[in-house]
Structures are given as structure tokens and as C-alpha cells.
Design a protein around this ligand. Structure first.
Ligand code: TYM
Length: 333
């Protein structure tokens, strides 16, 4: 049994991209691996968050994860800032990672845009904290969407340099688990951009809390091209928006894009979008309802997260204590 770790930022309501690219794949791992999942609030504040919104969104994210099928009894589910080991190991990793490595991170460049001088230094060292999240547990498998691949390569570089610099074999190599046809769900407004919680246009994404009418409208308005759907995958070449919608239907109905085209090839987008909207509504409505129910009992949700943090700390504390010792810090007690 391997130890699995993954995280998600509470910087908004989870999107269909988060769900299909990550969360949905986290659910079965609870039964086959030792699974640890984290709402990463330390990561969220690398870009300014209103404190009241952050509190609300952290609970909403935890409720969404449980509603999607994570069971706090079958996995460890917790909030990152509750376990101090993350920030502590991140500092050590800040001193291991090289500036040149961080300069190559495409996500930093995307997020910082043209205004690199004005973003927080936290945003720059974000991947070091992510490496600490994983290595604080000696986790070896990390289920994520495609956009996190570069960060995970950096996490391996950091582990190797730490091991090399201190002459130890302490942090293991990690393996990204990037699964399925929906490892990169694209924006509904622009097939060249990934669907994101932080896109200024709400029309660009499906949120897990969207009601049936909103889902229908967003899918109806999704950008497409004037051609009907092709019958074969080759016909999706150069048609990113069409490819995205076909991929979403395939992922949500548990089939392959080839099969979606076999069934719907030749159809215009009007009919196809209505099938897609119906499938999304059928799949997502029960999740939204369960999330709402969970948020009605905030005390129970908070208690589950505290318990998760205790279990997480019990694993991470001894590992990070050993890292402190390897680095040469005096014992604190
Ligand atoms: P975040 O919060 O941006 O996204 C959470 C997960 O959702 C995936 N994802 C997508 N998958 C497919 N299509 C999309 N459009 C899409 N958008 C997001 C992401 O790949 C991710 O798996 N840095 C991470 C959080 C993190 C983490 C970690 C992950 C912090 N520490 C340690 C793994 C291990 C992030 O910002 O994810």
C-alpha cells in the first residue's frame, strides 16, 4: 500500500476541472492506498484573500470534497494550516530549491502575468510549500490534473538535492498520478485556457454548486465552432472547444471520447449540448445538495477537520522532526 497525498486550494468553489481532473480520482484511492487529502489554505493566501471569504471557502471546499465521496473515516482530510509541519518543512525547502528552478515554473509566470514585481514572494516559493506538503508525509503518489506536473518534478528535484546535500536517503521519489481523459478541462469560453476557479468570467467554468438552470445556460453559451461533431477523433484536430466538450461528456459518463463521437458524430452542437447539460446536471446535482447539507452542520464539519489534522500531524511531525535533525537544528525538547 502506498501513501497518497493531494491538495486543493480553497480559493473559490471547486470547478468541473477540479472534479474531473483530481477529486473524482481521489475517491477510489481511499480504499486501495493510505490517502491523505488537504485543503491548502497556506497556498491560497499567496494571492490576497478576504479573511471572511477564506474561512467560508475553506469549509465549502471541505464540504465539497466530502460530498464528492471523500470519507473522513477512510482517508485523512484536513486543513493545511492546522498542521505546522507544512510551513516548517517549506522553510527548509526554501533553502534547498534554487532560484533558477523556480524561475522556470510556468504557473508562476501565468499567475504573476506582466506584474512580477508586485506579486507576493509566497507566490514565487509556492512550489516549495507544495513539495513540503507531500514530503512531510513521505507520500509517494500524487493524484493531480495535468497543470501540476511541473510542480511535482520540482518536488522530486528538491528531495534529491536535500538527500544529496545532507548525504542521506530520506525523502523518496514521488510519482504523479495524472489520470483519464479529463486531466486538463478547458475554459468554456476559450479552448486554449484551462478551466479555473480564479478566471474572472463565471461563464468560463461549471462550479460544483451551480444549479440546473445555470449549468444549462453555461453549456448553451459555451464557445463552439459552426461544424457538426466529427465521427472520429482526427476530426477534432484544431477544434479545441469541440474537443473539450466531447472530453467532458466522456469523463462524466465514464467512457472514451471515441465512443462519444461514435454515438454523437454528425450531430450539431445544439443537440449535443443539451445531452451534455443533462448528463452534467444528473451527475452534479446530488453533489451540490449533499454539500449544502454538510454546511448546515458547521460544528460537525469543523470537528471532522480537527480530527483529520490530528491524524495528519501524527504522521508528519516525526518525519519533519527527523528532517530538522538531519539539517543540524538542536532538539527543541
Ligand atoms: P488547484 O487548487 O489549482 O487544483 C486542485 C486540483 O485540480 C486540478 N485541476 C484541474 N484538472 C483538470 N482540468 C482543470 N481545468 C483543472 N484545474 C485544476 C489540479 O491539477 C489539482 O490537482 N498546487 C495545487 C494544490 C496543492 C497540491 C499540493 C497538489 C498544494 N499542495 C500537494 C498536490 C500535492 C493547486 O493549486 O491545485
Amino acid at each position: 500500500m502506498s501513501r497518497v497525498f493531494s491538495g486543493i486550494q480553497p480559493s473559490g468553489v471547486p470547478t468541473l476541472g477540479n472534479y474531473l481532473g483530481a477529486i473524482r480520482n481521489w475517491v477510489p484511492l481511499q480504499d486501495t492506498q493510505e490517502a491523505i487529502y488537504c485543503v491548502v489554505d497556506l497556498h491560497a493566501i499567496t494571492q490576497w484573500q478576504d479573511p471572511a471569504d477564506l474561512r467560508r471557502q475553506t469549509r465549502e471546499m471541505a464540504a465539497a470534497l466530502i460530498a464528492c465521496g471523500l470519507d473522513p473515516k477512510r482517508c485523512i482530510l484536513f486543513v493545511q494550516s492546522h498542521v505546522r509541519a507544512h510551513a516548517e518543512l517549506a522553510w527548509i525547502f526554501n533553502c534547498v530549491a534554487r532560484l533558477g528552478w523556480l524561475n522556470r515554473m510556468t504557473q508562476f509566470k501565468d499567475k504573476a502575468g506582466k506584474n512580477q514585481e508586485a506579486v507576493s514572494s509566497g507566490l514565487y516559493v509556492y512550489p516549495n510549500l507544495m513539495a513540503a506538503d507531500i514530503h512531510a508525509y513521505h507520500a509517494t503518489k500524487v493524484p493531480v490534473g495535468d497543470d501540476q506536473k511541473q510542480h511535482l518534478e520540482l518536488a522530486n528535484d528538491i528531495a534529491q538535492k536535500f538527500n544529496h546535500d545532507y548525504g542521506v536517503d530520506f525523502f523518496p521519489n514521488i510519482e504523479p498520478l495524472i489520470q483519464g481523459v479529463a486531466a486538463r478541462v478547458m475554459s468554456l469560453r476559450d479552448g486554449s485556457k484551462k478551466m479555473s476557479k480564479s478566471d474572472p468570467s463565471d461563464q468560463s467554468r461549471i462550479n460544483l454548486t451551480d444549479d440546473a438552470d445555470t449549468i444549462s445556460q453555461k453549456i448553451k453559451r459555451a464557445k463552439t465552432d459552426p461544424e457538426p461533431l466529427p465521427e472520429h477523433m482526427a476530426g477534432l484536430e484544431g477544434r479545441p472547444e469541440a474537443r473539450n466538450l466531447v472530453g467532458i461528456l466522456a469523463a462524466i459518463t465514464g467512457t472514451l471520447p471515441e465512443n462519444v463521437l461514435r454515438e454523437h458524430g454528425g450531430q450539431g452542437f445544439g443537440a449535443f449540448k443539451s445531452t451534455l447539460a443533462d448528463a452534467l446536471i444528473a451527475h452534479l446535482s446530488p453533489i451540490a445538495a449533499e454539500m449544502k447539507r454538510l454546511l448546515e452542520d458547521q460544528a460537525a464539519l469543523d470537528a471532522a477537520l480537527r480530527l483529520g489534522a490530528d491524524r495528519a500531524s501524527a504522521i508528519a511531525e516525526p518525519i519533519v522532526a527527523k528532517a530538522r535533525d538531519i539539517v543540524g537544528f538542536l532538539p527543541s525538547r
